[in-house]
Design a protein around this ligand. Structure first.
Ligand code: CAA
Length: 261
């Protein structure tokens, strides 16, 4: 198994890959080697037939406090431009299996953006989301301005990005930034995320990946193209064993036994 310096990986339940950001002294600031390890672990989980869903979490105090400011502070335009700084963060959005963010504590800047790249965000009541880059003389660079605008609307996005104000878990839930806030308690949000991941891992992996692909298309295509894409993918699933099994099992009043084929 791969040894990582900045993350921990485990399989808390069959079918579930848990990735824990583990740079506690820096509140999980997302330095380049941390993100490279995260990408490696995500790509390995995506390829692993035994994994049906992935959970990313941090610590009780911080999901992630952003990109690493100390790593960035002396960089020049020519460095960040030529080296495509942060471009590899987008690898996460190419992962085909569902990725669930379990957020406790600070999810700031790149930490908020990391959560936004995941498919489902569950929040602990302690979660705080923010895009404080404006306080550093810069702007979000990991997709925050675009993803927030499509999720929570212009006025709320402008307020977050222009003032840097942190919002509470309750506000994030009300605004639709997270799917729900779980009851308080240490480790509760990870437990709940693993439960959701276990549920997803019990389905047909092909149908799950297709579902993720079509929902994501809603953020890129217009409605007519999106509806057409959805129907085509839906039609395509009739070529799978899992469709035959899923529908036969319903008719025979038994549980389906999906073979992911
Ligand atoms: N980068 C590097 N180090 C960080 C960090 C970051 N983003 N966030 C926290 N740390 C470090 C601190 O420097 C400190 O290290 P030392 O012990 O060596 O001094 C350690 O983590 C603990 O942090 P604090 O002492 O500050 O903890 P706190 O509880 O007093 O405050 C906090 C917590 C409010 C989150 C505060 O740490 C903070 O404001 N962090 C920066 C948040 C931020 O601006 N994030 C945006 C980064 S820019 C970005 O992300 C760009 C992008 O769009 C991709």
């Amino acid at each position: 198994s791969t040894q990582y310096e900045y993350i921990l990986t485990s399989a808390p339940e069959p079918g579930v890959q848990l990735i824990t950001l583990n740079r506690p002294k820096a509140l999980n600031a997302l330095c380049s080697p941390l993100f490279a390890e995260l990408n490696t672990a995500l790509e390995a989980a995506d390829k692993d037939d035994a994994v049906g869903a992935i959970v990313i979490t941090g610590s009780e105090k911080a999901f992630a406090a952003g990109a690493d400011i100390k790593e960035m502070k002396d960089k020049q335009f020519s460095d960040v431009y030529k080296n495509r700084f942060l471009e590899d963060w987008a690898n996460l959005s190419k992962i085909r299996k569902p990725v669930i963010a379990a957020v406790s504590g600070f999810a700031l800047g790149g930490g908020c953006e990391l959560a936004l790249m995941c498919d489902i965000i569950l929040a602990s009541p302690t979660a705080k989301f923010g895009q404080p880059e404006i306080n550093l003389g810069v702007i979000p660079g990991g997709g925050g301005s675009q993803r927030l605008a499509s999720l929570i609307g212009k006025s709320r996005t402008m307020e977050m990005v222009l003032t840097g104000r942190m919002i509470s878990a309750q506000e994030a839930e009300k605004w639709g930034l997270v799917s729900r806030v779980v009851p308080e308690g240490e480790g509760e949000v990870v437990k709940e995320a693993v439960k959701v991941a276990t549920e997803i891992a019990s389905k047909s992996q092909i149908a799950v990946q297709a579902a993720k692909e079509v929902v994501n298309a809603a953020y890129e295509l217009n409605l007519a193209e999106g509806l057409r894409f959805e129907r085509r993918i839906f039609h395509g699933l009739f070529a799978t064993d899992d469709q035959k099994e899923g529908m036969a099992a319903f008719a025979e009043k038994r549980k389906p036994n999906f073979t992911h084929s």
